[in-house]
Design a protein around this ligand. Sequence first.
Ligand code: 4AD
Ligand code: MG
Length: 441
Amino acid sequence: SSAPVTTITELGKHDGQIVTLHAWLYNLRESGKLLFPIFRDGTGTVQGVAHKAGVAPEVFEALKGLTQESSVAVTGKVRADKRAPGGYELDVQGIEVVQRVPESNPYPITPKEHGVEFLMEHRHLWVRSQRQAAILRIRAEIMRAAAEYFDTNGFVRTDPPILTPAACEGTSTLFPVDYFGDEAYLTQSGQLYIESTALALGKVYSFGPTFRAEKSKTRRHLTEFWMIEPEVAWCDLDGLMELAENFIAHIVQSVVAKHRLDLETIGRDITKLEAIHAPFPRLSYDEAVAMLNQAHKDGHLEQPFEYGNDFGSPDETWLSNQFDRPVMVHRYPAAVKAFYMQPDPVNPKYALCVDVLAPEGYGEVIGGSQRVDSYELLKSRIEDHKLPLEAFQWYLDLRRYGSVPHAGFGMGIERAVAWICGLDHVRETIPFARTLNRIFP
Ligand code: 4AD
Ligand code: MG
């Protein structure tokens, strides 16, 4: 047909006009002489209406009994309807079936309930569901807004390598790769490299995939995830915490402003997101531990917290549940944190670091710190952690030549998506999740 091609989100611009949609059949309800197909096109869904007496016989025949996920070019008249989810319906006039899914081999994901394993096996098709499509659109917005925050605040994006010669976040989660006979590793974090570019350019960030051979099965851990990491020269822990709260508030408010319908589709309580504004509450590790001990005494936490440990999942969940916005826990004991963290001059037992815990029980979304800036201290830390000194000579150069206080953090995109979308597992936060048990499809 000669009708202009448009998309479902743009239907409002064509009220009363005849348009063509390039779409798939999402669902079909038949009621005697009336057919109610629901089409999806990637931007949304719209219900069509076809009355046997109102369309050409071949159009009615093509639509009647049409199978789920058959691809179509459908032409019809746009009609405003207040009861319709997107505000419009389509009075079908013509249809061209591009590929009809055969009855003998129907689309495997039906509107009935399926188990998680079945859905993950069919992830390449599951992404077509309205809920999954909404999550992926929100993920894209989170990534866009995150990069936008740095791009518009004087940061230069500098991409670190993916193939690396040494560990950044501990040797127990490295993925080895054979590099022409030498052992290399998939990157765990771009941090060490952007410390270099920060001393060259001032304020920088990196954004890309990172890898960790996580051997535990949890709802928060992937083996391949995306991290955005800013690194700032002449910045201390206070400056870093201010950056983190403004950054997160910007991302959340961008999603709320642009993806209200998607948030509603997935059933998210939007009022909780609207409350996310800087400043965020700040707790020292010691203050957080005091809260955990009290919670244990009051019977809210089963396990007593052992001072000096990193927080476990139940601890983080309980802590983050106590606030209506992310809470920033700073100054953990240096002994449980990474080798590159600057000790607190007030008490070197503590590290100048911060974890940002998302509310509603989501836990850590950001980890960051001020970095060791003294050559001597960094060298002894590398030795204490039994890391190969040779591999870190270039990193030590950053403390040999014009060392300055500097700081940075990393935010895991999937953790942010899980929280902002209100999901109970990170497997739905990325198009194709990689976990301990899954590298398919
Ligand atoms: O706290 P992490 O390990 O910190 C770093 O990697 C620092 N080098 C970052 C920096 O300072 N530039 O990881 C940072 C964030 C975590 O807070 C979490 O959001 C995410 O990365 N993350 C994971 N997300 C999904 N699956 C995993 N296995 C993750 N490990 C970390
Ligand atoms: Mg961490």
